[in-house]
Design a protein around this ligand. Structure first.
Ligand SMILES: Nc1ncnc2c1ncn2[C@@H]1O[C@H](COP(=O)(O)OP(=O)(O)OP(=O)(O)O)[C@@H](O)[C@H]1O
Ligand SMILES: [Mg+2]
Length: 254
């Protein structure tokens, strides 16, 4: 099992959209995925289930929560989710007050859910974590406990200038930075083309080859609660998430 977090402390860059589409692409490859929604906004949870339950918040603080009652099935047979609700934001002070070792243990407990036999007695191949646009004790503990972090960014000077802050957070948490990919790329905008070059110049191999285009297919698909490939699988948008998933697998050596 490999745990992959999508993180940027900047909001609205496409973390949730990417988690949704990558998990679907992995499922299409017949992989089993446990999505963990770590964001109290619960966008990812609401995409996958009608009524998210506060299992994650409880599991992080209390000891009584079992995998069976913390996770939910989704309409995709290969994807389960540990949902978030606004409850998650409420437990942050309590979680922050735990000593570091306990924080880490609690987060590990969530990850060890993936070792439990799931549907058909199989184990999850991947855990995909949708991180909030924040830096707090919980995000630090999760970044520290997961195997690898990928960073979506929206092309803009400030975003590119902000990347060292994000990579610094990741390395201080002791986790591998897998790479950074540009989202909402507009190939007809010379400024985007230039900024993409700047991204590659600044990050070298850590700048990913895959670029996710700005696309109505992506925007609308989320609004219809389907992935880009379910919405229009012949489009560039759908193809870009397939490429992103392949590149992520390549970068984690799978
Ligand atoms: N490539 C894209 N083309 C068009 N719209 C996009 C694209 N990527 C994301 N969006 C839209 O942008 C909005 C923000 O995306 P998303 O929620 O994935 O960002 P986020 O990083 O998870 O935000 P937050 O930090 O608030 O959790 C959503 O409405 C989403 O549908
Ligand atoms: Mg999000």
């Amino acid at each position: 099992m490999i745990s992959i977090a999508l993180y940027n402390n900047k909001g609205g860059v496409g973390k949730t959209t990417s988690v949704i589409n990558i998990s679907q692409q992995l499922a299409l490859k017949d992989k089993s995925v446990l999505v963990v929604d770590l964001d109290g906004q619960a966008n990812c949870s609401r995409f996958f289930v009608d009524e998210p339950k506060a299992g994650l918040a409880e599991a992080l603080i209390k000891h009584v929560v079992t995998p069976a009652n913390a996770k939910c099935n989704t309409r995709y047979p290969n994807i389960d989710i540990i949902t978030a609700t606004a409850e998650l934001n409420k437990i942050l002070p309590e979680f922050g007050a735990l000593d570091e070792e306990t924080q880490f243990k609690q987060v590990e407990k969530i990850f060890s859910f993936s070792e439990m036999p799931w549907y058909g007695g199989k184990k999850y191949d991947y855990i995909l974590i949708d991180m909030p646009p924040a830096l707090n004790e919980l995000t630090k503990a999760v970044l520290g406990a997961c195997d690898i972090v990928f960073v979506p960014i929206e092309l803009g000077l400030f975003s590119i200038q902000g990347i060292p802050t994000v990579t610094d957070i990741i390395s201080r948490c002791g986790t591998k930075f897998g790479g950074c990919f540009a989202n909402r790329f507009d190939k007809d905008n010379p400024s985007d083309v230039q900024l993409l070059e700047m991204l590659h110049g600044n990050l070298g191999k850590k700048a990913m080859n895959t670029v996710i285009p700005y696309s109505r297919v992506i925007k609308n698909s989320i609004n219809f609660s389907v992935s880009a490939s379910e919405y229009m699988n012949w489009t560039n948008a759908s193809d870009s998430f397939k490429k992103l998933t392949d590149e992520i697998l390549e970068r984690i050596g799978e």
